[in-house]
Design a protein around this ligand. Structure first.
Ligand code: NDP
Ligand code: OXD
Length: 311
């Protein structure tokens, strides 16, 4: 049998991954975090938030797979073995879920559904002022796999849509900006701002008081990327001052969100428990299986990330 696959995660038991691998590759030596056996047997590591230093303790590991599309949880380990390629799952299903998450909260805000829900509770027949779709500007921070899908879907609904990336992009129907100057421009024209950046050295804490102040008054903020992007005090201050009209937050600086955190019962905040895009082994496994075959055959890998840039 080929080398072992180590499943390093405490979120699920990994059995769906094992099944998917066995269906495609035949019997696999599949080990879980509490039953790793001889670490020298491990050839491939699948990981979500691995304990620091654990992956470095596998002397023969050939490929590290992030069980999420984000890789910050892996790169947080400063003892990762050098030169071992890091890949991430890529899954159209997960990408679609992410866009749905942004669309759901944006449309709920755009169509004043929370106000109508409050009117219903008060038994009031009250019509809110309406902003036309062509005047509700959407900004998407991060124009990668998820950001592009999200931006395209908003544009297809008729929302004027802009996006921001590190390098210059040309995307039909989307106004694109990049670099530090581009950020201020995209913020200034975002009535609804969606964050889908990776968490890197450059983007940690990017959503600060200055960024919130640059958004138009009444803007709505959707964070489906990472909590580490957000200065929570700055966000709360922007909400409390009335500069921001609301926020939908899926990710937090500390997860699970502590029970006493101000977000939980803030009247302008919707909290979800990091579910914007869930990893589904059924749809995410084909790309990983392809890479297991690639690494064993000495072929180039797909879905690799660059540890230097952090994504
Ligand atoms: P990609 O790596 O495909 O794209 C990242 C985008 O961010 C690129 O457009 C990149 O620019 C841009 N970017 C990176 N650094 C900077 C910077 N310093 N300034 C401006 N733009 C920058 O990522 P994905 O779209 O696949 O995923 C994004 C993030 O979404 C993940 O890293 C993860 O944290 C989060 N996520 C959250 C989930 C959830 O359930 N809440 C589920 C899945 C993902 P360029 O194109 O120029 O390289
Ligand atoms: C991911 C996540 O990165 O679930 O895929 O956050």
């Amino acid at each position: 049998m080929a080398g072992a696959i180590a499943y390093i995660s405490r979120d699920t038991d990994g059995q769906l991954w094992k099944k998917a691998f066995e269906a495609a590759l035949g019997p696999v030596d599949f080990r879980t975090i509490d039953h790793l056996g001889d670490k020298a047997d491990v050839e491939i590591v699948l990981a979500w938030k691995p304990p620091g230093g654990l992956i470095a303790s596998f002397p023969n590991v050939k490929m590290i797979v992030s069980l999420g599309m984000g890789v910050d949880h892996l790169l947080a380990d400063d003892r990762l073995p050098e030169g071992v390629p890091i890949t991430r799952i890529m899954d159209d299903g997960l990408v679609g879920q992410m866009s749905e998450y942004a669309l759901y909260w944006a449309l709920r805000h755009h169509r004043d559904i929370d106000k109508y829900a409050a009117s219903q509770r008060a038994r009031q027949w009250k019509v809110e002022d309406f902003i036309d779709t062509i005047h509700r500007r959407i900004g998407v921070l991060g124009l990668g796999t998820i950001g592009q899908d999200t931006a395209n879907k908003f544009a297809a609904l008729g929302f004027p849509t802009a996006g921001w990336s590190r390098t210059q992009k040309t995307l039909p129907g989307i106004k694109t900006f990049h670099g530090a100057d581009g950020l201020a421009q995209v913020l200034a024209q975002s009535d609804i701002l969606i964050n889908v950046l990776p968490l890197t050295r450059e983007t940690r804490g990017i959503m600060d008081a200055k960024v919130f102040a640059t958004l138009p008054k009444g803007a709505y903020f959707i964070n489906m990327a990472r909590g580490g992007h957000v200065n929570d005090e700055a966000l709360l201050a922007a909400l409390d001052s009335g500069h921001l009209s609301g926020a939908a937050l899926d990710v937090f600086n500390t997860e699970p969100l502590p029970a006493d955190h101000a977000y939980w019962n803030h009247p302008k905040v919707h909290v979800t428990p990091h579910i914007a895009g869930a990893t589904n082994p059924r749809t995410a496994s084909p790309g990983v299986i392809e890479n297991i075959r690639n690494i064993r055959a000495g072929r180039p890998l797909i879905n690799t990330i660059d540890p230097k840039s952090g994504y």
